[in-house]
Design a protein. Structure first.
Ligand SMILES: CC(C)(COP(=O)(O)OP(=O)(O)OC[C@H]1O[C@@H](n2cnc3c(N)ncnc32)[C@H](O)[C@@H]1OP(=O)(O)O)[C@@H](O)C(=O)NCCC(=O)NCCS
Length: 212
């Protein structure tokens, strides 16, 4: 059985561990976490050590693949860790068996696709992306590295969501839209034009509420 280690033992790390065991049949060997005590258990899963120990423990053969369980509130840390470790350690890609992934779609490494998602024809999902429950990515859309799609968010066809965007719960992005990097869409927002300024957008239609 493939042995998975997860960076971060908080909510997202626990969520990955849950589905990795229940659905994907990985063996979760433990968490790397700078804020927990090495050798202790968290929800019956071992704390393997600090994040600085990841590469050494992989070289020693303690696990086979890795995922990052650091959530959207720390998206830059998530990106930095992925960029540091990619190419050195294989990343797992967890796709829940209840999600529909069209055979023409491409999904990058390190992605976590939760139950009930739809990824349609010729969609490209980059690396280290999370699609939360029921997210819909329609035909020919591209979602770049490190993005987070919240539950029931829907992206229509031929859109391009650039890296490190956070798409809020139940938001809608109409077709042919481009969203530039580091943009956050609040829950329930409807995006009907390209978004170019990095910041938080909310409302129907989407308006810039905060610049980052
Ligand atoms: C966007 C969000 C993160 C709040 O961000 P924030 O930076 O703390 O924003 P604030 O609460 O300070 O709100 C700033 C403005 O945006 C408005 N706003 C925030 N969220 C909004 C929403 N979902 N819809 C409409 N307006 C919203 C506020 O009313 C406020 O407007 P004002 O300046 O006119 O008074 C939060 O409101 C949200 O929508 N979260 C979605 C979370 C989600 O998808 N979770 C799923 C994770 S699995």
């Amino acid at each position: 059985m493939t042995r998975l280690a997860i960076i971060g033992s908080g909510d997202l790390g626990q969520h990955i561990a849950h589905h990795a065991v229940q659905d994907e049949k990985y063996k979760v060997v433990g968490f790397f976490d700078d804020y927990e005590v090495k050798g202790t258990l968290k929800n019956q899963i071992l704390i393997l050590g600090a994040i600085a120990e990841v590469e050494d423990m992989f070289r020693k053969g303690d696990f086979d693949c890795l995922m990052i369980g650091i959530g959207y509130k720390h998206i830059k840390v998530r990106r930095e860790l992925y960029e540091k470790l990619s190419g050195k350690i294989p990343f797992a890609t967890l796709i829940h068996s209840s999600s529909y992934i069209d055979s023409s779609a491409e999904i990058g490494e390190g992605c976590f696709i939760l139950p009930g998602c739809t990824v349609d024809k010729h969609v490209k999902i980059g690396a280290n992306v999370l699609l939360n429950v029921g997210a819909v990515v329609s035909h020919d859309t591209q979602v770049d590295n490190h993005c987070f799609l919240s539950p029931s968010s829907s992206i229509a066809g031929k859109a391009h969501i650039k890296e490190c965007c956070i798409i809020g719960i139940n938001s809608t992005i109409i077709d042919n839209i481009t969203i530039e990097p580091f943009i956050q869409i609040a829950g329930g927002t409807v995006v009907i034009e390209n978004l170019t300024i990095s910041g938080m957008y909310a409302g129907v239609p989407a308006k810039l509420k905060k610049r980052f």
